[in-house]
Design a binder for this molecule. Sequence first.
Ligand code: PEP
Ligand code: MG
Length: 756
Amino acid sequence: MQHGAHGGPRLLLRRLREVMAEPVSAQTRLDRIVVHIAANMVAEVCSVYVLRADTLLELYATEGLNREAVHLTTMRADEGLVGLIAQTAESLALADAQQHPSFSYRPETGEEIYSSFLGVPILRGGNTLGVLVVQNKARRLYNDEEVEVLQTTAMLLAEMIASGELQSLAASADDFATRRPLSLTGTPITDGIGLGHAVLHEPRIIIKQIVAEDTKLELERLEVAIHAMRASIDKLVDQGDTGHGETRDILETFRLIAHDQGWLRRLREAVNTGLTAEAAVERVQNDARAKMQRQTDPYLRERLHDLDDLANRLLHELVGQSFVGDHASLPDNAIIVARTMGPAALLDYDRSKLRGLVLEDGGALSHVAIVARSLGIPAVGNVGNIINLAEQGDSLIVDGSTGDVYVRPTPDVENSYAEKARLRARRQEQYRKLRDVPCRTRDGVMIDLHMNAGLVVDLQHMEETGAVSIGLFRTEIQFMVAHRFPRMREQEILYRSILEAVPNHPVTFRTLDIGSDKVLPYMDKVEEENPALGWRAIRIGLDRPALLRSQLRAMLRAGGGRELRIMFPMVSTIEEFTAAKAVVEQELAYLMRYGHALPADLKLGIMLEVPSLLWQLDEICAQVDFVSVGSNDLLQYLFAADRDNLRVASRFDTLSPPALRALKLIADKTKAANTPLTLCGEMGGKPLEAIVLIALGFRGLSMSPASIGPVKAAILATDLGEMERFVMDLVERIDGGHSLREPIRAFAEQQGIPLG
Ligand code: PEP
Ligand code: MG
């Protein structure tokens, strides 16, 4: 018998296209498809197995095996050759299948007489939906062309499965693996629970036509699209346009891959088998995605990601669909799903409809994460393969406190989360009721709760939370969401709108705190061994006086005639503060000369974030109008442990004698000098830490808006005198141990203090 594809792949695809167009039932269509494949490939058997939600592979159609077994035979995914293919998502060609260690015999199918076996995964978006198999009695090895043909026909089946056409054959619509509930885990970005429906930030292209009418024409379309894609990448590189946060390096790599001959050859070959240009891109992309899921080397994974991105660009060129989703048709409870996105892109969505954000790549430090936090949107990052696993409109749950993401959750999970969300909402309601209650401890000590902010959208929280002021306005966020340095006028407009939005409350602006993890995509990157200890914050400001000067000018102009507070980040010597103050004075003189209104009341302060200041507190207090402790940085430097490195973050506890003694020293010294003191790091936003801070002597804490309610509830229930005695006794003991958290927590609970 002569082997090899009979009539070639194009004839097969043409036949299959005819079958797809016939007005017949799904089962009949599937039955005809397997007949055509078997005939074309001169195989005695052709079978389709579909992966079900319960992870079993069910025989859906067969030519050659016992038809009675259809919809009755199932296999586990770890069983037999079919299971092996489903698990590995790789094709398998064997001349003597029965010798393979994974071979498993199913008597009901009558399979024992077939020696040769060729199976390919039915893939879509990197997910295995099923397995397509051909078998022959005679021993033979299938050649590469036959493997290709089978892979291409598997694409058609993938579309049939994904389109829902086969659902009528299943016991329930949820039977399909594509609809399977999934539970995934990433890294938490913003606390909170979001229930809603998936909105793909870059919607996946639905390919309507898989089989080509005219291959020559498709090759031409492919070339035109490749050309356009390359041109768009060249433009990005040339402009240094970093709209998607891509750095030049990444774009350069992109450009290299766009010219990769191997990739382009595979695309052309796929068109030559009879596919349309877009189906060819998807076909090659499927392989890359399947590889990506198995790839553990982070560098290679990254490259495969790039390839996937390029393939997406190419698809968009071919189909002429916009790269970014249609914001107008956003559902009321949207959960945005993106590989990664620029910070400004999130702001383009209607905030009132956003319930959550899931990122495949970005973590807690990405800029979009900062925006998500500002908006208070529950968000999780680093969720592997989410953009392929979630379909537009799928129901999704985001748990921003644990990093869990549920795709198409089961009713159980959904109910339990709906209950959790209700509980949270009830608690939020209780916090809202506290808004106008003065923040006073049980023994009558007033504590000021301020709010951290960085965007105009944050200001709405001022009213909701009853914060006494904006204790930290992170000006760098405007710079981070921009595509280039914001001009002085743009900065002034922002600062003025902030001041005007909260006319009765002071605002403390912090000058640009960039460097280290806060990079501006448009600013030349400085390679440093230790960026956290490097050129950042006020150090950049003093070395680039034009930058600092224009920012100060913008602040002083915006604050004309009002109270204005400015503080400098990462000050480590007194000279740095005096130098920065001198720039302020120069600017004041300049504004006066040109007749501008000056701030009615100007206060200049520092962020205390560098331990060297602990031993210059007397001198610093003599110079500044106020001190704000940046505990995030201060503690990372005190313990020499990167604040964002999970491996070292748990090695020390903020509630330990060295940290608390340092904070106590600050409280004592500033009090003695009569210098106003606040703390604006994350520590102040945690109820237990907050009551410890007030026990050490802090009377002002600035925190994210969501923390104000829980912290206030804790303070209202605290007897400060008793708490102070308990905490100070522990802090001063020389056998106090590494962490004082547990004894303090136990004491707080015993006192009936709610800890959030
Ligand atoms: C801090 O370091 O505690 C702080 C508030 O500043 P940032 O988190 O912006 O570095
Ligand atoms: Mg800091």
